[in-house]
Write a protein that binds this ligand. Structure first.
Ligand SMILES: [Ca+2]
Ligand SMILES: [Ca+2]
Length: 441
């Protein structure tokens, strides 16, 4: 392999920042998975397993790390899995990290899943759980010596975040370039001028002790409730055992990804004393949003906001959501459902009003789609601001009444003639995002 000089170009700043990474290991698999990757002491993981270079007379290849410089690793604590020495990132950052002999084997499951053969120096962590939530998440970045200004166009080490459904036998790799079916790798994410690929996800050369690194990816995977799963994070060298790569997985990033079971209801308290104000308990919607989730095991926090921007930034929450006094006759409340361990959250919206006649006449253009007329009689028109993919109609109790696919058109219609009078929730999925709108008939 010809190696460019790029790896050996470094600066004083590079040296000083490097002292800010420390690693600790080896550490038993169960401790790494429960205390580091999961963090939630109640998460029901079992059957912990590890493949480590030190089991094959090689170096310890899995450790915890701490990094206090966000320019090096954008999160402070996590687990490093390397296809070489995990402590290669400490000490001499400009030295090529190229460790592990060919007697330290690859991984058959990774080979079968990717179709790549001739793998060496596999490191993996794995555990089992039974799905009681509809989705899970991981956050990680990948760094590799294969980022050298040349190899990106030709070959790559390989890795996967495997989620294997033990009930159906189907395995999936969650580590795909967002919006594609292409596995994340040195060849699929780089900004080499001869073969640039998905450059937005490449973070740069020479910052973590490896030749280059990706941005932090947030992986999510959908689950079938009740099925048994094995999660396996695995990285290996390909073609030879040299020029190492590593996964940096954020502490506590594995957990239940928030999914709204049923959309929150609009709340109506008629203003019988005509003073313009009533007191609302916004939290009555939490049970709807959680559905059947076992909250003793899967914790979610709820916070309420007056604007979507505040909800997304998680600033200025409503101080007392159990006794909130309205400020206008009809107002939007934005609710954030957040896993406090992983930090991942989603936001949705409901209305509160002191006059039920006001529901259904809200503004219907929110930057994603325009719905009209509202109230609707027989035909609801939908104009997307980008291509519409799908329209779902729900009853206000969350029951899905109809779902229609749209073939890449910016406008469509929905037949409401068979629906009775009342409030409906219309979900429009477009290339630019998804929106829920209340429509009255
Ligand atoms: Ca290696
Ligand atoms: Ca390699």
């Amino acid at each position: 392999m010809k190696r460019s000089l790029l790896l050996f170009i470094f600066s004083f700043g590079f040296y000083t920042s490097f002292a800010q990474i420390t690693v600790e290991g080896p550490i038993p698999a169960q401790v790494l998975i429960q205390n580091n990757l999961i963090g939630n002491p109640n998460f029901p993981a079992t059957n912990f397993g590890m493949m480590n270079g030190n089991q094959f007379s090689g170096p310890n290849s899995i450790s915890t790390f701490n990094c206090t410089d966000a320019n090096i690793v954008p999160f402070t604590d996590g687990v490093i899995l390397s296809n070489g020495a995990a402590n290669g990132i400490v000490g001499l950052p400009t030295t090529l990290i190229s460790t592990g002999g060919q007697s330290w084997p690859g991984d058959t499951e990774l080979s079968n899943l990717t179709g790549l053969t001739n793998l060496f120096n596999a490191s993996s962590l794995q555990f089992d759980f039974v799905a009681e939530v509809p989705a899970i998440s991981f956050d990680f970045m990948m760094a590799s010596e294969e980022y050298d200004g040349n190899s990106e166009c030709q070959w790559s080490d390989t890795f996967a975040f495997i989620i294997r459904n033990n009930t159906t036998g189907v395995s999936k790799n969650l580590a795909m370039v967002p919006g594609t079916t292409t596995p994340i790798s040195v060849t699929s994410v780089n900004d080499n001028t001869n073969c640039p690929a998905n450059t937005a996800y490449f973070a740069g050369y020479n910052s973590v002790g490896f030749g280059g690194q990706t941005v932090v990816f947030e992986l999510t995977g959908n689950l079938t409730i009740g099925d048994s799963y094995t999660v396996k994070i695995v990285v290996a060298d390909q073609n030879d055992a040299v020029w190492d790569s590593a996964l940096f997985v954020r502490n506590s990033s594995f957990g239940a990804y928030p999914v709204v079971d049923q959309e929150p209801m609009d709340l109506v308290i008629e203003d019988t004393d005509m003073n313009g104000y009533e007191i609302f308990d916004l939290t009555v919607n939490e049970a709807l949003m959680l559905g059947a989730i076992n909250t003793a095991v899967y914790t979610f926090d709820f916070n309420y906001y007056l604007t979507q921007a505040d909800a997304e930034a998680q600033v200025n929450p409503i101080a007392n959501p159990q006794a909130y006094q309205n400020t206008t006759d009809l107002e939007s409340i934005y609710v954030s459902m957040r896993n406090p361990y992983t930090g991942h959250s989603i936001t949705t919206e409901f209305m509160i009003t002191i006059d039920s006649d006001l529901l259904g006449v809200e503004e219907v253009d929110n930057g994603i789609a325009k719905l009209y007329p509202n109230p609707v009689t027989d035909v609801l028109h939908i104009d997307g601001l980008s291509n519409i993919q799908k329209v779902n109609i729900y009853a206000m109790n969350g029951q899905l009444l109809s779902s229609q696919n749209v073939q890449n058109s910016m406008s469509t219609t929905v037949d409401f003639s068979n629906h009775g009078s009342g409030l409906y929730l219309v979900n429009v999925v477009t290339d630019n995002g998804s929106t829920f709108r209340r429509v009255v008939k």
